[in-house]
Design a protein around this ligand. Sequence first.
Ligand code: AMP
Ligand code: FES
Ligand code: ZN
Ligand code: ZN
Length: 307
Amino acid sequence: MKCRKCGGKAAFNMRQHKLALCKEHYLEWIPAQTERFIEKYRMFTHDEKILVAVSGGKDSLSLWDILWKLGYHADGLYLALGIDEGIGYSDESRRLCEEFASKRGLTLHVVDVLGDYGHTIPDLARSTHRGKDKPCSVCGLVKRHEMNRIARDFGYDVLATGHNLDDEAAVLFGNTLRWDGEYLLRQGPVLPAAPGLARKAKPLCRFCEREMAAYALLSGIEYIYDECPFAVGSTSIYYKELLNDLEHERPGAKLSFYLSFLEAKKKGLFAEQREETTAGLNVCQQCGQPTSALDLCSFCRMMGVGV
Ligand code: AMP
Ligand code: FES
Ligand code: ZN
Ligand code: ZN
C-alpha cells in the first residue's frame, strides 16, 4: 500500500476514507484535519485560552500534542481520582501527564480529589447511593464538576476533551436506543457556555479510536494502555464492540451514523426540546454551578461541602 501524497510506503490505511498515508504525511494529516474541525464547528480560536482535560490516555494526550503543534494556547488539567485497583492506575496516568507536559514545557494543573476533598472515587461510590457496584457515575459527576471549576477559576474560555468518534458514536447509540431527546440535543462537537458552565469542545470527535492510537504511536507519545479498571464490562464498551462489527462489514458506517445525526440536528430535528432543557435550573449555593436542586448541587451534597 502506497502513501497517497508521496507514493512512499504507507504506514496507515483508513478504509473509511479510502486513504493510506506514510508516517510523515499521517502526522501532518491528523493536525490539519483537527484544525478544520475546530473551525467548522466553531470550537475556539487562536486568541482563546483552552483547558485540555488529560487522562493520560492516547486520545487526550494526542489532543494536547495536536493543539500545541497547531499553536493554540492550551494548558492541561489532570484529575487524580485515587483509582488504584492493584495497577496504580491513577498514579501511572498522572506520571505520564506530568512527563508529557514537562517534556514540552507546558502548564499542567493537577487536582487531587483525595487531597482536596478527603475521598477517593471508589470511597465516594461506596458511601453514596450512586453507582453502588461501579464508581463510574460518581466519577463522571466529579470529573464534570472539577473540570468546570478549574476552567472558570483560571479564566479559560473553553474546556477540550479527548472524546473520539468511537466514544461519541457509542453515546449516540445509547441515547438513540432510549430516544433520549434531552441528551440527543446536548450531544455534539461543541456545547456552548451556560451560566456557571464552561464551553466544551471535542476536537477529535471525527477520528476513530484506531486513528488516534496510530497518531499516538507514530508521534512517540507515551500513554497509559490500560482502560480505567472499572470500565471493563461496561455498556459503552459493549456498544463500541457492536459498532465496530458494523464498521468491519461496512467501512464508514460509524462516521456516517454520527455525521447524519449532526445533520439532522442542524435541520432542527430536536429543536422543540431546547426550551425545556435550559429552563428550571437553579444555582448551587456553594459552588455556583447550575443544579436542578434548590440549594446544593449533587457534587457539593456528596462531598459534604458547606453543610
Ligand atoms: P472518559 O470519560 O474516561 O472516556 O474520558 C473522556 C475524556 O475526559 C478524556 O478524553 C479526557 O479528555 C477527559 N478525562 C478523563 N479522565 C480524566 C482525568 N482523570 N483527568 C482529566 N481529564 C480526564
Ligand atoms: Fe472514573 Fe473509570 S470510574 S474513569
Ligand atoms: Zn507520504
Ligand atoms: Zn455545588
